[in-house]
Design a protein around this ligand. Structure first.
Ligand SMILES: Nc1ncnc2c1ncn2[C@@H]1O[C@H](COP(=O)(O)OP(=O)(O)OP(=O)(O)O)[C@@H](O)[C@H]1O
Length: 601
């Protein structure tokens, strides 16, 4: 189908031509005169009508195997579309694409589609329809998702306007199939009106509906593969069930103050603009693994209805340019989360290796597979990271969150107010936390339904097992459990893992915790010994490589020379560096402490 009038080819059959002329041209000219009189004051409309009529004449006279009437109708439709419609394009990977695709699903545009992709239900977001919506007699629920493919154009009415939907599928470019490089899918929405405000109303309605429907979930966008397309795409979108703030067990008041701070930040955009302060706020959550850092961020996002855009600097493909593009594609009022931010900074072992690589010949060996240096170092540089945090895109009401297990590795430049405004320190489980976690597993309200085995170790006598005292028993058991868990030795995640082994047996959980602690200690000791042995082996290998790589003019035995210096540096650092997560110890007795560097005060 053509968008432009094609050249006129004289027809061989004279009588046909005369027929067409008399059939269409005279009425067209008549119409032309009427419209010319009616719309003399409106030159745009007049020009459009003129174009339509002249085009009709040309199109009708063209030589083609399709009947002139049909061609005329097609041509008129195309002209009408061009002249009297607005077409909006939504690209996959952009949040607006999610809004519109959800909106279309809600509008039941899929009804006209008979093509579906079927997926086993998983946490990936798909705007699917229930099986019962396809076939009222189907009873299957929850195990599969039916995603309409909308391959053919769909027409539907919304708010009194006709809308036409076309969709192009994502396609593999074939450039680099191992990374799944693809041209993303696109949705074109054509609105039959010239009023642009209709389009903005449509987009806003789609956005609002999307937010409303997403409420029970927290949407997490991740970029888990390198990308080679000009526009950045958050390739992996997942939904996580929203977690209540009360399920996060921290020191009293900590989570409330965090929520309050974030809310206030979102509501005070004007305040920031009036004072010329960039509207961004940075939070650093640091502490041992499994102490609740990520859970806090997910719960906060659920509470505030924000989406999370998450990157881990431990991913090998994240470099400065990737980070920059990812950050600038995050919409306003979202959470930008960088996990393992310490990966942008070298560990002491890596500093040693980097320095050693200046020794002639050493660099050739530094990547040797025989050297055991489990590097998590990312390709992101400090300046790249700071540029992203300070960048233009980061001023648009974004909450920046970073997590780390090793705050001591972070550069002070990163920690200054304006980049990190609030620090929350997490620690291994306290007694109070252990008790709260126990109560969360065996809520007082449901305790009568739990299997409370009567045994000699039960804290109270048989008389305690009447329904009124179950709640009391659970509280007492929680205290007993907490007293048997050593302070600051296990993370909340580890305690949670243990309690999961006796989900419905609180008494058994209390009885078994002493053995569990002892088993865990033995296991840790063995792991530490294994790791220490491996480190020692790697250290010896590295030292020997360094010695052999020294040029003859620098005998390693000579005092004050480079090789000697590096060896002694390394020896000094090796005892401190490379602490495994299990050996991470906090001296804090509190679970979380908060440091605030507030620019507004
Ligand atoms: N303070 C806490 N309150 C409630 N649950 C917790 C807490 N800490 C850990 N958990 C539980 O432990 C698991 C791991 O927690 P989470 O991922 O938040 O830890 P993390 O500190 O982010 O760990 P990492 O540093 O390894 O990313 C989650 O399932 C969470 O439910």
């Amino acid at each position: 189908m053509s968008y432009f009038p094609r050249p006129y080819y004289p027809r061989t059959n004279q009588s046909d031509n005369e027929n067409n002329w008399s059939k269409f041209t005279w009425p067209a000219i008549g119409l032309f005169s009427v419209f010319a009189t009616l719309f003399r004051s409106n030159s745009y409309l007049l020009d459009s009508v003129k174009l339509l009529i002249l085009g009709s004449i040309v199109e009708t006279g063209r030589v083609n195997h399709v009947s002139p009437r049909r061609r005329l109708a097609q041509w008129l439709l195309e002209r009408f579309k061009l002249q009297y419609s607005i077409t909006a394009q939504f690209d996959e990977g952009d949040p607006a694409y999610e809004w519109i695709i959800h909106f279309l699903t809600y509008q039941k545009v899929w009804r006209r589609s008979y093509n579906f992709r079927v997926f086993a239900t998983n946490s990936k977001r798909k705007w699917s329809i229930g099986s019962s919506e396809i076939n009222a007699t189907t009873t299957t629920k929850g195990s599969a998702e039916y995603v309409p493919t909308y391959e053919s154009p769909q027409l539907f009415r919304w708010n009194g306007y006709w809308l036409e939907i076309r969709r192009t599928k994502a396609q593999n470019t074939g450039l680099s199939p191992q990374f799944g490089v693809s041209n993303n899918g696109t949705i074109f929405v054509t609105l039959y009106t010239l009023d642009f405000s209709v389009l903005s109303v449509l987009v806003e309605e789609a956005r609002q509906r999307y937010i409303e429907v997403s409420r029970p979930d927290v949407i997490v966008h991740m970029a888990d593969a390198p990308h080679y397309t000009p526009t950045f795409t958050w390739t992996n979108v997942k939904r996580k069930v929203r977690r209540s703030l009360s399920s996060i067990i921290l020191q009293e008041g900590v989570i409330d103050s965090l929520v309050q701070d974030a809310k206030e930040f979102i509501e005070t955009e004007e305040w920031y603009h009036e004072r010329g302060i960039p509207h961004r706020r940075g939070y650093l959550l640091h502490g041992p693994p499994g102490s609740g850092k990520s859970s806090t961020i997910y719960a906060l996002a659920g509470e505030l209805g924000l989406e999370i855009y998450s990157l881990s600097l431990a991913s090998g493909f994240v470099d400065d340019s990737f980070l920059q593009q990812a950050a600038s594609s995050i919409p306003k009022n979202s959470i930008f989360l960088i996990e393992d931010i310490d990966c942008a900074f070298p560990s002491r072992e890596e500093i040693d290796d980097d320095a050693a690589s200046f020794i002639p010949g050493f660099s050739a060996f530094s990547s040797s597979p025989f050297i055991h240096t489990p590097s998590r170092r990312s390709c992101v540089t400090l300046s790249g990271l700071l540029n992203v945090i300070d960048g233009v895109g980061s001023e648009e009401g974004k909450l920046f969150f970073a997590t780390t297990n090793y705050i001591d590795r972070l550069d002070p430049a990163l920690l200054r107010p304006g980049r990190i405004d609030k620090k929350l320190q997490y620690s291994l489980a306290t007694k109070e936390q252990a008790a709260s976690l126990f109560l969360q597993f065996y809520p007082e309200s449901q305790s009568q339904n739990l299997v409370l085995e009567k045994s000699g170790e039960c804290p109270d006598s048989d008389s305690d097992f009447n329904s009124n005292s179950f709640a009391e028993i659970i509280v007492r058991l929680s205290e007993q459990f907490a007293s048997r868990v050593p302070l600051d030795e296990f993370s909340t995640a580890e305690l949670q893992g243990y309690l999961l082994t006796c989900k419905k047996q609180p008494l058994q959980a209390v009885e078994g915790v002493i053995n569990w602690v002892s088993d865990e200690r033995t296991e840790r000791r063995k792991r530490r010994e294994r790791e220490e042995a491996e480190r020692e082996k790697a250290r010896k290998k590295r030292d020997s490589l360094r010695m052999h790589s020294l040029p003859p003019q620098f005998p390693p035995s000579a005092p004050g020379l480079i090789g000697h210096q590096y060896m002694s540096d390394h020896d000094d650092s090796s005892s401190k560096a490379g602490l495994s997560p299990e050996t991470y110890e906090s001296n804090d007795t509190s679970n979380v402490s908060v440091t605030t560097a507030d620019r507004r005060t």
